[in-house]
Design a protein around this ligand. Structure first.
Ligand SMILES: [Zn+2]
Length: 354
């Protein structure tokens, strides 16, 4: 009986769904969305292989997600690294993610206690920065921004540190901070990352020239140097490039303290005021949608649990298992960059009354 109902729902859906312009995540066309026009910028990822393989979403799942979003009045969205893979920035944990090729993320403990670790971090991060900030928001980011514009989203929390949401026009709470700011570990002074990059460049002119020469290579030439970009913008670089006599790291202009990207490294805690802000947003949700996250960090899992504890249904759009699967009312294992534009294309969502 349930199967018959499902087939009927699928048939109904097929009648109202518009044909999908499935041109691939790296070459999206112009689409009409509920009378407005969204232009998906052409996104050229560093590698086509970093988005995990996944079959397209079923019409049944699309309809269920549509209903999930449409039925909510206070939808909260949590995003993770999976939303950036379609923009050329690898995640850590998916089958093609950074962990799969042996990367170890920088831990807070290593960064704080070891000058050589900081040297390695900043050398790689300085080199990777230009490429990192060159990434453009893909269809997932643009679709979520559209959902916000349509009044469908109460608030967004991102675990991503790449600011791609902001480039798409959203202003989510950045749970794990951002690589676009630098913080002094001693006095807490925040500075703009671009100013920091300039200071590194001034202190290390020859080094900066060498890096720029690497970066002027053809697209994909990173592979020639054995470099791979990671979600935090870091690149792996051979130790000889960042010995103490070769590479000088700027310190805080105010107090000479150690500078760190304003990112919550592994092993560190999210600052309490930010936790409180995210927690109150999660608790205010009447529905919570997770996009492109395996919810492996405790900080993200706690938010999903908090929303579930308040009775909000949970939907998860992620390729592969997540730590919150047992809390999910709806789980769709498909590319968010395919699912969300189709969701918008269904176009019949009503504007919530409160
Ligand atoms: Zn300072």
């Amino acid at each position: 009986m349930a199967r018959i109902a499902q087939l009927a729902a699928e048939r109904r859906f097929l009648q109202i769904a518009r044909p999908l312009e499935r041109t691939g995540f790296h070459n999206y066309a112009t689409k009409s969305v509920a009378g407005s026009v969204v232009i998906y910028e052409k996104v050229t990822p560093l590698s086509n292989t970093i988005v995990p393989d996944s079959p397209p979403p079923s019409q049944y799942d699309l309809q269920r997600l549509h209903d999930f979003v449409n039925d909510s009045k206070r939808l909260v969205v949590i995003t993770g690294a999976g939303t950036s893979t379609e923009c050329g920035i690898p995640d850590y944990r998916s089958p093609n993610g950074a962990y799969s090729i042996g990367f170890k993320p920088m831990s807070h403990q290593d960064f704080v206690s070891s000058e050589q670790s900081r040297r390695r971090y900043w050398a790689g991060s300085f080199a990777g920065w230009r490429r990192f900030i060159g990434a453009k928001p893909g269809p997932t980011y643009l679709s979520l921004a559209q959902l916000e514009t349509k009044g469908r989203v109460r608030g967004m929390i991102t675990q991503n540190v790449d600011r791609l949401h902001f480039k798409a026009g959203s202003k989510p709470i950045e749970l794990h901070g951002t690589t676009h700011e630098i913080i002094c570990l001693n006095c807490g002074e925040l500075t703009d990352r671009h100013l920091f990059q300039n200071r590194v460049k001034k202190l290390n002119p020859e080094w900066a020239r060498a890096v720029e020469a690497l970066e002027s290579g053809e697209a994909g030439s990173d592979a020639n140097f054995g470099m791979r970009i990671r979600p935090d913008g870091d690149l792996d670089i051979h130790e000889r490039f960042f010995r103490k006599e070769n590479f000088y790291i700027p310190d805080c202009k105010k107090c000479n303290g150690i500078l760190k990207p304003n990112v919550v490294f592994f092993g560190d805690n999210v600052p309490k005021p930010r936790v409180d802000l995210c927690m109150s947003l999660a608790r205010s949700a009447d529905a919570l949608l997770v996009v492109g996250s395996s919810v492996m960090t405790m900080s993200a899992l706690r938010l999903v649990r908090a929303a579930a504890d308040m009775g909000a249904p949970i939907a998860i759009l992620n390729i592969g298992p997540t730590r919150a699967d047992d809390l999910a009312h709806l789980k769709i294992s498909a590319r968010s960059g395919e699912v969300l534009p189709q969701l918008l294309d269904m176009g019949s969502m009503s504007v919530p009354s409160s």
